[in-house]
Structures are given as structure tokens and as C-alpha cells.
Design a protein around this ligand. Structure first.
Ligand code: TXA
Ligand code: MG
Length: 367
């Protein structure tokens, strides 16, 4: 089969016609958003949506997020009379932005998005992005765009046009270059259709941001982690309902070990160093992704060790912005092992970062 040449294109006036043409002919293009790059196609088109799943190698039961440019478009895909009243102020406050909300969808046979988008669920996940290039494409086509992250399924999400190219070169015609994504982790996904409302995927819009609007909102991850048989989880019969939760996600090619402190004290760094030193017996090329300066330690002359700093300031937003890039960069050195630690849960954005790190890792070691 002939491979198509994938072009990375800069946003200029003359690029929109060919890009829109691809969307109108039910093909896909990669576009920047404020969170990560997305692989966009017409959400009404079965052909386009099947193409998205095929290109990414995505399991067909993992539904897609639909990107819109305002309330008129929302009303074309969602039964607005069925929207619970508590959702309206949330849309007003956080849209456009990195928040995806589940809605009762208009079925495809009544004019709604195609069944591939929803994976046959009665709900559709909708996001109104703030990135000007994403908004421009939605407006020029006049179509809601289904867009999962523009990476090969299972790998780290793409936060630059180059990341998309590395994964999808030869599979898509165009990557619209919008520079580095400013947030770096995917949108927060919330389900307000059940009680209590749930954060299905933590992101830059945090629980603290949402609490004034949804005082009983819960984070699905934290419910699960504290105690899977907890009173909350059982008596409220929470149905975690993001099908994507069961799949491998964000993972680099090399095994990734997540080191999690039992106690976050000064000894943790020493334990990490000891752990890595011992691992040199088995792994001769170790990369550590970290946000802080680490101690020097003895490395046998047969082993290679490198550190990748995912932040120069240790700020949560900078770590979020660089996390996927660091995982991809680590892989580019072909290490035999990658080590990462998770962050303190004190900062809300850290929950989103830790969620990605935990899902990306092949094992978790408590030290
Ligand atoms: O920031 C983002 O949300 C990015 C950019 C491109 O907008 N998109 C993104 O899409 O992360 P994706 O496909 O990689 O993640 C979509 C998530 C999955 O975890 C999926 O299971 C969940 O949203 N989802 C989609 N529709 C759903 C539905 N109807 N019910 C529950 N979860 C749903
Ligand atoms: Mg994804």
C-alpha cells in the first residue's frame, strides 16, 4: 500500500481550504488544542469516525470526545431539554476550555453524532476548546469534530506537531502546527448525569474549581484508590463509566516504574537512589524523569544513567505541560528502564498528572 506523505503545516490563510476539504471528504487531520493535539474528523460521519479508530488503532468500545464552537452546535448533537440545570452554569464558567462534559445524546438516526463516536452509549462527551486553530476549523466546516488525542492508541499523548508526526506519519494528510500545547494533559471529563457527579478523568479544571458548582462531586480515581468496597462506591452504586479506563494508556515503549513514597519525607530521595542503584544489576540503561535536582550516586561503568527534567521550576503546570514530552524523549534514548515518581496530592493539578503517570506505568513500587 502506498503511504501518504504527512505534511506539517503552519497556520496561514491558504491552508484552510485543503484542510476543510479533507474533513468534508470524511478524512482526518491533526489539530492543536490547548490540552493535547487531536485527530479530528466529522462527528456525524461513520466513515470519518471509523477512520479515526483505524488510524489510532483504538479499541472501538472507547468513545470519542466531540469538539464544538458554541451552544448552537451543542443543540445539534445534544437534547438540550434533557440537560440537568446544574450543568448550565458550569458551561458558562469553564467553556471554552479544558472541560469535557457528558450529555444525553440525540441518537444518530434522529440526526445526532454517529454511533462510533459514542460507542453505542446513550451519552456523548462534548468539549468546547479554547484553541483558536481548533475553533477556526470547527467554524469553517460548520461541523462538530470528533477528536481523540492524535497518538497511536496506548502511547503518550502528543503535545507538539512533531509528536503527532512521529506517531502518525504516513497515516494522515495534514498536521496543523499550533506549537506546543499550553496545558499538556487532556481535558477534565465530568459526568453530572448521575449522583454524585463524577470526575471521570482529572485535568486542569480541578475538583476545587468544580466544587462551588457541584458540592458533592467525587473523583472516580480517589474513590477507587481509597477503598474499592467503600460505602460511597457501593451505596451510591457509582457506575464508572468511562470505557477508556480499562485500557493501557500513555505508556512509553520501555518499562516505566512508578516510585511512590509510603511517607513523603527526606528519606524518600535516598530510597530512590538505592532503588536505582540496585536496578543496575538487571538494567544497563536507566532514565529517570524528575522535576528536581537529584543526588549523585555511584553508577557501574557498564551502566548508563540519565535524568530528564520535566520542569525547571517544579511548578505543577510546567510538569503537566512537559510530562508526555518527557516520556517520549525518554523512549528516544532506547532505555531498558524508565523511573518516575508521582507528586504530592496537595495541589489539585497534581491529581491529573499522577493519574497519567499511574496509567502510563508498568508497575508501582512503594518505597
Ligand atoms: O483534551 C482532550 O480531551 C483531548 C483533546 C484532543 O481535546 N481529547 C482526548 O480524547 O483526550 P481521548 O479520546 O483521548 O479521550 C476521551 C476520553 C476517554 O477516556 C473516553 O473513554 C471518554 O473520554 N469518553 C468519551 N465519551 C464518553 C462517554 N460517552 N462516556 C464516558 N466517557 C467517555
Ligand atoms: Mg487519548
Amino acid at each position: 500500500m502506498m503511504k501518504m506523505a504527512t505534511k506539517i503545516i503552519q497556520a496561514q490563510d491558504d491552508i484552510w481550504e485543503p484542510i476543510c476539504k479533507e474533513i468534508f471528504s470524511n478524512k482526518t487531520v491533526a489539530i492543536p488544542t490547548e490540552t493535547v493535539y487531536g485527530l479530528a474528523g466529522n462527528a456525524f460521519s461513520e466513515e470519518a469516525c471509523k477512520e479515526i479508530f483505524r488510524i489510532k488503532g483504538r479499541p472501538s468500545d472507547n468513545p470519542l470526545i466531540v469538539h464544538i464552537n458554541g451552544m448552537d452546535m451543542l443543540s445539534r448533537i445534544v437534547d438540550v431539554n434533557e440537560i440537568p440545570s446544574k450543568i448550565w452554569p458550569i458551561m458558562k464558567k469553564f467553556w471554552p476550555g479544558p472541560l469535557t462534559i457528558l450529555f444525553p445524546c440525540i441518537p444518530h438516526n434522529k440526526g445526532g453524532v454517529c454511533d462510533q463516536v459514542t460507542a453505542g452509549l446513550p451519552t456523548v462527551a462534548v468539549r468546547f476548546p479554547s484553541h483558536p486553530l481548533a475553533l477556526k476549523l470547527i467554524s469553517l466546516t460548520g461541523l462538530p469534530l470528533a477528536a481523540p488525542s492524535a497518538n497511536l492508541s496506548g502511547g503518550p499523548s502528543p503535545t507538539t506537531a512533531k509528536h503527532v508526526f512521529d506517531d502518525l506519519n504516513g497515516r494522515i494528510p495534514y498536521i496543523l502546527d499550533g506549537d506546543k500545547c499550553c496545558l499538556g494533559i487532556e481535558s477534565t471529563v465530568i459526568d453530572c448525569l448521575q449522583d454524585p457527579p463524577l470526575i471521570l478523568r482529572p485535568g486542569s479544571i480541578t475538583k476545587t474549581d468544580l466544587l462551588p458548582f457541584l458540592p458533592n462531586i467525587q473523583t472516580f480515581d480517589s474513590l477507587k484508590r481509597k477503598d474499592s468496597s467503600s460505602i460511597l462506591a457501593t451505596t451510591l452504586s457509582i457506575k464508572p463509566s468511562t470505557p477508556g479506563m480499562k485500557y493501557r494508556h500513555y505508556s512509553p515503549n520501555a518499562p516505566l516504574i512508578l516510585l511512590r513514597p509510603i511517607n513523603r519525607d527526606d528519606c524518600f530521595e535516598e530510597k530512590v537512589v538505592k532503588f536505582i542503584t540496585e536496578k543496575f544489576d538487571t538494567y544497563n540503561n536507566i532514565i529517570r524523569i524528575t522535576s528536581h535536582l537529584t543526588m549523585d550516586f555511584p553508577i557501574s561503568k557498564h551502566s548508563k544513567y540519565m535524568e530528564i527534567k520535566c520542569s525547571s521550576t517544579s511548578s505543577s503546570s510546567e510538569i503537566a505541560q512537559n510530562l508526555f514530552d518527557s516520556l517520549r524523549m525518554a523512549d528516544s534514548y532506547n532505555p531498558s528502564l524508565i523511573i518516575i515518581e508521582d507528586l504530592e496530592d496537595d495541589d489539585d493539578i497534581n491529581l491529573g498528572i499522577n493519574n497519567r503517570i499511574e496509567k502510563a506505568s508498568s508497575s508501582i513500587i512503594y518505597l
